[in-house]
Structure formats: structure tokens, C-alpha cells
Design a protein around this ligand. Structure first.
Ligand SMILES: *Cc1c(COP(=O)(O)O)cnc(C)c1O
Length: 328
């Protein structure tokens, strides 16, 4: 093995993989809009570009990684089918990608996953299996079922082809805006920020990459600071897309070497950001999708006079839940 420079990611996801994912996705994924808001710029003192993945197919960026990974399966793997586990958006993404690629999908979802996400996943034709988050490990359950039914697991974040697909979000953003001073990305298992960090290193090498988690689910912040993977109990947060127990092995390695800093915000800040998006920008953003914007609104990040990319990761929130959050 050759010596790697200290900043090289130790896993095999390169910008070439992301460029290749981008070609595969072009005919099927939405090239989502980049939005700006004078009001947001005034509040933060920055020039902010929002990449609006709430307008992606299935309502979140997850379609990119799931489709890229599933399109690369061998004919035999495609015939046997795919299994995954997800609290929602990766489930929908896998189900839709399966439908488009003619691959059958089995999806393990928590019993308490948002109705909207559960129903949409079923509507795409996936076989949904519910489990109790507080009692069973979804990874263990997934491994068991995959063996039993001879299915290929496409995990929600810790997979090179998934990471490469998610990296196309930053590619489209940077192609539109040119180099940015900073890119702020929400973090669950870290697939999105990993792919985006690899893209940014190629297209905007001076761009700082900041990850944002909910306070209650700050395992990534802890891992980043400790320099090793830290697991936490299932966090209690309204950001269901970021209620992961830990980063993955691939994603931690990439985050550790390419991310500038990680911060966390309280759930109340997510509600304030959702309200801003609704009232001022007229868009519906789910709690997890508001993490990056909330970090700016809460002044967790030095933003003044900088050009900043903010990823809005998704918009899937039940109407009733949205309404009740707005009343808190
Ligand atoms: C999955 C998801 C995230 C977190 O992405 P990771 O790749 O797991 O870090 C953030 N926002 C939304 C809307 C998601 O669906």
C-alpha cells in the first residue's frame, strides 16, 4: 500500500464516483432548485444559497444514493431483491428506486415512523416490516432477514455507492453557485455530508464543511471531537432523519478527515427554522431538513459576510405534525 496524505479519505469514494453517479441520476432525479432569501441574508449577515432537496423525488435527497447504489447491483442481485432499514426517507427512496429499476424491495421501518413516510413507502410497492425501536436492533433484524430471504442490503448511509449518490447534491449546488466559503449540512448517519465533503474538496477546495445535528442526537459531534466512533442510545428528537445511534465506519472516516467542524442545535431551533421556511420562503421543510439553517439562525456558526451553501435535506412531515409543531 502507498502512503496516503493525512487528508486523503481512507475509503474508496472518489469524486469520479460522484461524477459517475451524477450521470446515472440525470435522467431520473430532479435537479433541485437553489433558493435565496433576502430576509435570511439579513438575519444572518451572510449570502446564503439553499439547495432545496425537499423538491427531490420522494421529498428528500435519499433518492440519489438509493438509486445510484441499486442501479449498480449485478443482474443476479437485482433479481433476488433488496432489503433496507430506515425511519423513512431512505425507505421511500429505496422503494421508488426499486420500482424504477424493477427490483423488489423489503423495508424494515420503526413502528413510530411518520405516517406519511410509511404510507408512501407502501404505495411504491415495497414490502414493509415494522419493528420496535426501543426493543430491537434494526441492523441485527436486517442481517437476519437478508440471510433468510437471500436479499442484498442497501444501508441508508454507510455504503460507498450511497455516499457517492448523496455527493451529487453538493455537485449541483457548487456548479450553480461557484466556490463557497462554507457548506452546512445536516448529519444523521453522515452519508450526505460525506459525499458533499468529497465533492467540495474537488470543486471548492477552500470551502469549509460544517455538520449539524440535533442536541439530543449529537453522537457525530462527540465522535468528531473524540476522534473515534461513539454510539449513543436512540435519541429523542423531532429530527427523525437524524435520530441515528452513530455514524458509520465509512462515513466517520470521511467526516474525520474532511469535515471542518460539527455543531448541534436544540429542537426548538428546528421549529423556528421550519416556521421561517414556511412564512418567509413558502416552503415546507421537515425538522431534520431544517438543521443546517437552524445552526445559522442560532449563530452557532460564524457566518457574517460569507457565501454559504445550506442544504435543505427534505420536506416530508405529516400535515398534522407540522401544524402541531407550529403551535409549540
Ligand atoms: C437521512 C436524512 C438526513 C441525514 O442524512 P445522513 O446521510 O444519514 O447523514 C437528513 N435529512 C433528511 C431529510 C434525511 O432523510
Amino acid at each position: 500500500m502507498t502512503n496516503q496524505s493525512p487528508s486523503a479519505p481512507p475509503v474508496a469514494v472518489t469524486y469520479a464516483d460522484i461524477a459517475s453517479a451524477s450521470e446515472r441520476l440525470a435522467p431520473v432525479a430532479n435537479r433541485t432548485p437553489v433558493l435565496t432569501s433576502r430576509a435570511f441574508n439579513t438575519i444572518t449577515g451572510a449570502e446564503v444559497f439553499f439547495k432545496a432537496e425537499n423538491f427531490q423525488r420522494v421529498g428528500a435527497f435519499k433518492f440519489r444514493g438509493a438509486y445510484n447504489a441499486m442501479s449498480r447491483l449485478s443482474p443476479d442481485e437485482k433479481t433476488r431483491g433488496v432489503l433496507t432499514f430506515s425511519s423513512g426517507n431512505h425507505a421511500q427512496a429505496t422503494a421508488l428506486a426499486g420500482k424504477l429499476l424493477g427490483v423488489s424491495t423489503t423495508i424494515i421501518m420503526p413502528k413510530d415512523a411518520p405516517r406519511l413516510k410509511l404510507n408512501a413507502t407502501r404505495a411504491y410497492g415495497a414490502d414493509v416490516i415494522l419493528y420496535d425501536r426501543s426493543e430491537e436492533s434494526r441492523e441485527a433484524l436486517a442481517n437476519e432477514l437478508a440471510q433468510e430471504r437471500n436479499l442484498t442490503i442497501i444501508p441508508p448511509f454507510d455504503h460507498p455507492h450511497v455516499i457517492a449518490g448523496q455527493g451529487t447534491v453538493a455537485k449541483e449546488l457548487l456548479e450553480k453557485t461557484g466556490p463557497l466559503d462554507m457548506l452546512i449540512v445536516c448529519v444523521g448517519g453522515g452519508g450526505l455530508i460525506s459525499g458533499c465533503a468529497i465533492t467540495a474538496r474537488e470543486l471548492a477546495p477552500h470551502c469549509k464543511i460544517i455538520g449539524v445535528e440535533p442536541d439530543a442526537g449529537n453522537d457525530g459531534v462527540q465522535s468528531f471531537r473524540a476522534g473515534k466512533l461513539i454510539r449513543i442510545d436512540t435519541p429523542n428528537t423531532i429530527a427523525d432523519g437524524a435520530s441515528t445511534n452513530s455514524l458509520g465506519e465509512h462515513t466517520f472516516a470521511i467526516i474525520h478527515s474532511l469535515v471542518t467542524d460539527m455543531v448541534s442545535v436544540p429542537d426548538a431551533a428546528l421549529v423556528r427554522a421550519m416556521r421561517f421556511f414556511f412564512e418567509r420562503m413558502k416552503i415546507v421543510v421537515e425538522p431534520t431538513g431544517s438543521l443546517a439553517a437552524a445552526a445559522l439562525m442560532e449563530e452557532k456558526i460564524q457566518a457574517r459576510n460569507k457565501r454559504i451553501g445550506v442544504i435543505i435535506s427534505g420536506g416530508n412531515v405529516d400535515a398534522e405534525r407540522f401544524a402541531s409543531l407550529m403551535q409549540t
